[in-house]
Design a protein around this ligand. Structure first.
Ligand code: SF4
Length: 454
């Protein structure tokens, strides 16, 4: 279909708006809960382990990481970052963590939610749920918040082994056992703290509804493999919250993702792109986005750049776990999937065996992490290294090498930050992007010569 150049560069999905509205709703619900004297929990991104417990115990939860994105997008973050600095926290610390510390310092100082807080703010919690997953800021960040707030800290220990270690005989089953034990202890602690029992029937249904919701969301993203790609990363980021953080009602959120599936499918059938310009370049986004400068992607869309997939925030691959009657075990096996299963799902038995062999030999596989570059027919990868997040930045150099070695796909490296506007240079970034178009054109030819092109 011929693009309508009179329209804004990114062709936003209508079905994104109700999903985006659930984010605001979650803050409203937590504020209402507080005014009714109900408990509110602050939780880290926890790979989805906490949500069924909170839903089954009728507890409201908010996520300081998500709140950091809201503060960044609204412009409120800078003041909270400066306050964290005054409190003695270094500027190379995670932007989400600094934002939360600054916010909390203000909350405690005023004795009420700071007036500059967007979305009504995060009410004072009765509990801080952190995790040992992924990064250096993690539970030390929530322990720091605990110094300001009269609230206990519970740390969920979540295993995160390397690829070779994951394939060691018995490793997966040991980790499943560990996680089940960990979550049972967490549930018992919550029951004790709140003085009420988990509704296991509700818990069970919640997991099933969440898996169904995620499956639809997964299928929406699979539709983005076609040319032109019908959905831009901005719609992905605006819609991911119920899946990645928590949905208080996964059945209702699943219906909204179904509506999105229908809209995206309709675009596929009619060859409508996620940008209102000719799709010249298809890109994957690697790292965490600059939430304060998402308008930058409009400028790139103006030049025909369509962001067709992302490395972070996707739901787990669909898996049939109906045979597992224990809901805690089902939750664990859904959230923490066996690497052997993932390889089999992505490659099938024959090619999968080669990937396993490569992992056993090298410690990791070049093929696994960059396969989406081929699946989504990408011309380039947009890497966003952050000085303030070693966890998502450290693997990017390896990704760059792998994407080039395996698929002859080049990477554009734009340094920035998730929250701190001072660390992002949009003018310099645009200059680099313009030059990168020549690099993408060049490697398109190389792929054609090597029979790799898509
Ligand atoms: S992974 Fe990075 S951005 Fe996320 S909480 Fe950790 S340091 Fe912050």
């Amino acid at each position: 279909m011929t693009p309508d150049l009179s329209k804004r560069p990114i062709n936003r999905l209508q079905s994104m708006h109700p999903l985006r509205a659930l984010v605001d709703q979650s803050y409203i619900s937590s504020l209402e809960a507080q005014s009714q004297g109900k408990p509110v929990v602050w939780s880290m991104l926890d790979n989805g382990y906490g949500a069924p417990f909170f839903n089954a115990l009728d507890v409201e939860s908010v996520y300081p990481e998500n709140y950091g994105t809201m503060c960044a997008a609204s412009g409120a973050a800078q003041g909270f970052l400066e306050r964290a600095e005054v409190e003695g926290f270094p500027t190379h610390l995670c932007g989400y963590a600094r934002n939360a510390v600054g916010y909390t310092a203000r909350l405690v100082e005023l004795g009420e939610i700071p007036p500059e807080a967007p979305a009504g703010g995060m009410p004072k919690p009765i509990l801080l749920v952190s995790s040992g997953y992924l990064c250096d800021a993690r539970f030390k960040w929530f322990q720091s918040l605990g110094r300001y707030l009269d609230a206990p800290v519970w740390t969920l220990e979540l295993p995160n082994p390397g690829q070779r270690e994951s394939l060691e005989p018995g490793a997966y089953e040991n980790e499943v056992k560990f996680l089940i034990k960990e979550l049972r202890e967490f549930g018992a602690f919550l029951e004790h703290l709140l003085g009420r029992k988990i509704d296991w029937y509700k818990f069970d249904n919640d997991i099933n509804d969440t898996m169904a919701m995620d499956k639809t969301w997964y299928e929406v993203n699979e539709l983005r493999k076609v040319r032109p790609c019908p959905m831009h990363s901005r719609d992905f980021w605006s819609s991911m919250m119920p899946s990645i953080f928590r949905s208080a009602d996964p059945k209702a959120a699943g219906k909204l993702y179904r509506d999105m599936y229908e809209e995206v499918k309709q675009r596929v059938d009619n060859h409508v792109a996620g940008i209102n310009r000719e799709e010249k370049y298809r890109l994957t986004f690697v790292g965490l986005p600059p939430w304060h400068s998402l308008g930058f992607f409009d400028q790139l869309a103006e030049r025909g750049w369509n962001f067709v997939t992302e490395v972070a925030y996707h739901p787990p691959r669909p898996i049939d776990l109906r045979h597992i009657s224990d809901p805690v075990e089902r939750l664990v096996r859904y959230r923490y999937q066996d690497l052997a299963h993932i390889i089999d799902y992505e490659y099938g038995p024959e090619k999968g065996a080669k990937v396993v062999e490569e992992i056993r030999h090298n410690g990791y596989s070049h093929k696994l992490d960059t396969k989406h570059v081929k699946d989504f027919q990408c011309d380039g990868a947009f890497l966003h290294p952050l000085l303030t997040c070693r966890a998502t930045t450290a693997p990017q150099r390896l990704y760059e090498v792998q994407a080039m070695e395996e698929w002859k796909v080049p990477s554009l490296v734009i340094e920035g930050d998730i929250v701190d506007t001072k660390l992002f240079d949009p003018v310099g970034a645009m200059r680099k992007a313009e030059v990168f178009e020549g690099t993408m054109d060049y490697y398109r030819k190389i792929r054609q010569e090597k029979g790799l092109d898509w």
